[in-house]
Every structure is written in C-alpha cells, then in structure tokens.
Design a protein around this ligand. Structure first.
Ligand SMILES: Nc1ncnc2c1ncn2[C@@H]1O[C@H](COP(=O)(O)OP(=O)(O)O)[C@@H](O)[C@H]1O
Ligand SMILES: [Mg+2]
Length: 506
C-alpha cells in the first residue's frame, strides 16, 4: 500500500449520486510525490468525479482519500494542499490578469510565528502583504509565460492565454498537487500540442504532483509518467505509457489506446494460439483451449511474399502517412491493419507474420459481449460487423434527445452528428435473444460452442461476418445449429471511442 513517497491514496473510493448512478466504483490508487498521473477514459466514465473527490468538491459515498498519509475524505476544498484547473477556465471576466491570479491570495491566510507578551512563541494566522502577493503573482505568471500581460483584461485574451491564467491562478496557491480536468480540450489542435509540451516542462520545473484528466489517448501517452485507464467508474489498468500501449490487459484498453488489430482466438497448444484460421506461435502461457483476445499493433505486422508467412492476404487499401504507409489487408473477411515503409499496391498478395513477442494475448472479458469495432450509421443505428442493430444513442448524453433532423441534441440545444462515429458496444449475455425461426432476427449465426455452467448453457454464436455473440440460454442447442439473433435496443450499451465534442455540428 502507501509508502513514504506516496502523496495521495484512494482506498475503495465509491461515488453513487442521488439518482442511484454509480459514477466511481471501488477505486484504489496510490500516487507518488512528483508524479504526472493521467486518468484516461471515455466521456462519462467517472474521471471528473474522481478528481472532484480528490479536490473536495464531491464527497465519496464510501471509501477514503489520504494525503500524505492523513485522511482528508471529508475535509473542505480550501483545507487541502490541492488546486484545480478546470476544462472551462472560469476566470472572472471583469478583472484583469493580475487580479484573477491574485484573487485566492488576497483571502489566503498564512501561519506566522511570533512571540506573545509573555515571551512565548505562538503561531498566528495573517493575510499576505501586498508586496508578498505581488511577488507570488509575478512568479506564477512567469511560469506560464504571461509576465508581460498583468494589466490585460482577461476578456481580450485568446483561449490559450486564458488557460495559462487559469493555471497561474492555481499555481499561485503553492499546491502540493495540481489537478487538471481536460484543461486543453477547448483549444485547437496545434495549440493543444504546444501546451502539452509546456505543461510537461512546467511539471518538471515545479516538481509537484500533477493529476491530469483526459479522454485523449495521445495526450495521455505523450505526457504521463503513469496512466490510469478507466471504464464505467472502474480502473481497467494502471501502468506507464509503454506498458499500457505494449501490454494492454484486455481488449478494451488495447482498443482505446492507439491503433490495434484485435482478434478472438483459442489457445490451441502450449504457446500456440489459433486465430485468423491459422496457428501462431506466442510467448504467453495461457490455459489450453482458453478463449482469448489477441492484439497486434499495426507496426508489428510483418509483410512478405505470398506463402512465406503465417497467413496470406490481399491489400485492400493504402494511405501514405509521411513516414510510412498504412495498409488494410483482407484475410478472408477479416482485416489486418498494418504500417510499413515499403510501398505496395492495392490488390497485391502478401503474407503476414508477427514476431511471437508482439502477439499480445489477453484474457477475454467473459462478463459480457463486447464488440470493439463498431460504428453508428446515419440512422443512429449501430453496425456490428455487417449487421445493423437499433440502438439508443440518447444515452450518450445526459438528458439528450434526437431532434427532427435526426441529430443527438443536448438540453441546451447543442447538436451532434454521430454518423460514422466509432463505438465500443456491450451487451449482457442474458440480453441476446436467439431463435430457430431464422426470419425473426437481425442476423443469423452458427452455434460454435455450448457449455453448461451450473444452471444454464453459455453458447457462442458466430455470424457469417465472423462476429461472436455469447448468450446465456436455458435451452439445449447443438453445435452447428443455425439460429437468428436479436437484441433489444435498450440492451446495447455504447461507448464512443472519441469524445462527444468531436461530433458537435454547431
Ligand atoms: N452531480 C451529478 N449527479 C448525478 N450524476 C452525475 C453527477 N456528476 C456526474 N454524474 C454522472 O456520473 C458519471 C461520471 O461522470 P463524470 O465523472 O463527469 O465523467 P467524465 O469526467 O469521465 O466524463 C456520468 O454518468 C455522469 O452523468
Ligand atoms: Mg469530465
């Protein structure tokens, strides 16, 4: 657990809101002094709620938060050695830069040692002098490179400059921990990249702990010492950027972080895994016959002459990326995404192999169905493989609804065009409806496995386009039976791969 260089510990922290929604679920994390930790996950997964509990703006329903070994779970925000920079900078528009930064200092009291009339040493609290405030403001503005701008009205500043002022306003309070909640998300792409570099340098120079929240995986990979990947209130994986990228613990993390190929497969013998219709050598020792997910990064796919690799395919598309090419190779109906320096043409036949070290084998999350490569079509339906299912996209936005033009719309009238948006789709094993009436479903599939577990069967149904649907059923089906598959729209849970803001249209 926590050691002497741990600054913050979250112990079983859970937050359930009044409406019964669990935003954060048994969160356990130790953060070291001086670390740059990023909490990463899609919109709505509980990142801000976690940060707000560290800051003291939300109180956990259960669990504890410790700073420097002392419990602060219920301490008010201004009593914690922590300051926050929010996504929307929330500066005072009628004050200039100086007064915005100085604001907190003017009400802050600091302890001073004096002697009382009996000659005893006592600690008294006093306000800072104007000169002390001047010095601190000047120092904070210098850190964010805004020292020439003290007298500017904040409303005349660019978005990037306003965010710098917001950072200065947090830093001026000398926090031990700086909390940053998507601080760059309102900035354009170029400025965001510049600010990432600057924040990183600032972190190094200040030596304090940064806890950074983002839904942007590239931002997380480039800035952090440690990344915490979250999904629906729970931690999926904690690790360095390299660990998270190279050794994702499951298909969710693999898919969320960077480009990847993910296949469903089976351990066929010791250190051999079967997927894409072939047997591949691997280095991870999993149980024989275990159903696993296999991840391959595009840059680890090795192309060669037809017949010389593990499996053959045909180049289906190519895009020049400057440093190399990005190819999509069709292997039967499956696709392999590949990055390679050597130019090839669409239609070329190639072989594919992968260094066994670069096959990342992952336990399948057999808790529920998860399809990581889906998208939303122009009718707000979700496409899994080649099959189109009704879905409720309004759940992607609190109080969201579909307007007359078919756009997801917020209560405040902001509209989102979700056409072609990439999504991860999940559905409980209990919510897949199968029938022997093949006309009844959205699609059909073949039972490829049926296992009795306690009081029901768990069957895997594979469709023509090679998607697996796992279903709990009380009925006996035979392998190779063909069944229809249906899912009610309420049963599908969608997670956007990119933040909803990417789809705003006005
Ligand atoms: N004050 C609140 N009352 C009720 N539900 C909330 C409140 N704040 C957040 N939530 C819900 O908690 C979940 C996590 O929200 P949040 O922490 O803001 O996610 P993130 O920052 O990852 O986008 C969401 O489902 C959100 O709707
Ligand atoms: Mg948030």
């Amino acid at each position: 657990m926590e050691s002497s260089n741990t600054i913050i510990s979250l112990v079983n922290v859970t937050k359930v809101f009044e409406d019964g929604a669990t935003a954060v679920d048994s969160f356990n994390l130790d953060i070291k002094k001086g670390e740059f930790v990023t909490i990463l996950g899609p919109s709505g997964c509980g990142k801000s709620t976690t940060l707000r509990m560290i800051a003291g703006f939300d109180i956990p329903t259960s669990g504890q938060i410790l700073i420097n070994g002392e419990e602060i779970t219920n301490l008010p925000p201004n009593k914690r050695p922590v300051n926050t920079v929010f996504q929307r900078y929330a500066l005072f528009p009628h004050l200039d830069v100086y007064d915005n930064v100085a604001f907190g200092l003017k009400i802050k009291k600091v302890p001073v040692k004096t002697t009382n009339k009996n000659g005893e040493e006592v600690v008294k609290m006093r306000h800072l002098s104007p000169k002390e405030i001047d010095q601190k403001v000047a120092k904070a503005l210098a850190i964010v490179d805004m020292d020439e701008m003290e007298d500017r009205d904040v409303s005349t500043l660019s978005g990037g400059q306003q965010q710098r002022v917001a950072i200065a306003r947090a830093l001026v309070m000398d926090p031990e921990v700086l909390l940053l909640d998507e601080p760059l998300s309102a900035l354009d792409h170029k400025l965001r990249l510049d600010m990432q570099v600057e924040l990183k340098q600032m972190h190094k120079k200040l030596g304090i702990t940064f806890i950074y929240v983002t839904h942007d995986q590239e931002e997380a990979l480039s800035m952090s010492d440690k990344i915490v990947v979250m999904k629906r209130g729970a931690i999926q994986q904690v690790g360095t950027p390299e660990e998270i990228y190279n050794e994702p613990i499951n298909a969710y993390v693999a898919d969320f972080i960077g480009e990847s190929n993910i296949y469903s497969g089976t351990m066929s013998s010791k250190l051999h895994v079967r997927f894409l219709g072939k047997t591949w050598e691997c280095v991870d020792d999993f149980a024989l016959n275990e159903k696993v997910d296999i991840m391959i990064r595009p840059e680890d796919v090795i192309l060669g002459p037809e017949g010389k690799g593990v499996v053959d395919g045909v180049i289906d598309s190519k895009v020049f990326k400057g440093e190399d090419y990005s190819f999509i190779i069709k292997v039967g109906k499956a696709e392999v995404l590949c990055r390679d320096k050597k130019n090839r043409e669409v239609g070329d036949k190639v072989s594919i192999s992968v260094d066994p070290e670069n096959l990342q084998i992952m336990h399948k999350e057999m808790m529920e169905n998860q399809w990581t490569d889906c998208y939303i079509n122009d009718k707000n339906q979700v496409v899994i493989g080649d099959d189109v299912f009704e879905a409720d996209v309004t759940k992607l936005l609190k109080d969201g609804f579909i307007d007359d033009d078919g756009y997801l719309t917020s209560k405040a009238g902001k509209r989102y065009d979700l056409k072609d948006a990439g999504v991860i789709v999940e559905c409980s094993f209990d919510d897949i409806i199968i029938s022997d009436n093949l006309e009844e479903g959205i699609t059909t599939g073949k039972i490829v496995s049926s296992v009795w577990i306690g009081d029901h069967y768990q069957d895997i149904i594979r469709t023509d386009d090679d998607e697996d649907f796992v279903v709990n059923t009380p009925y006996t089906w035979m392998e190779n039976d063909v069944v229809s598959i249906n899912i009610n729209k309420e049963s599908l849970r969608l997670t956007l791969k990119k933040g909803l803001d990417n789809y705003a249209i006005d």
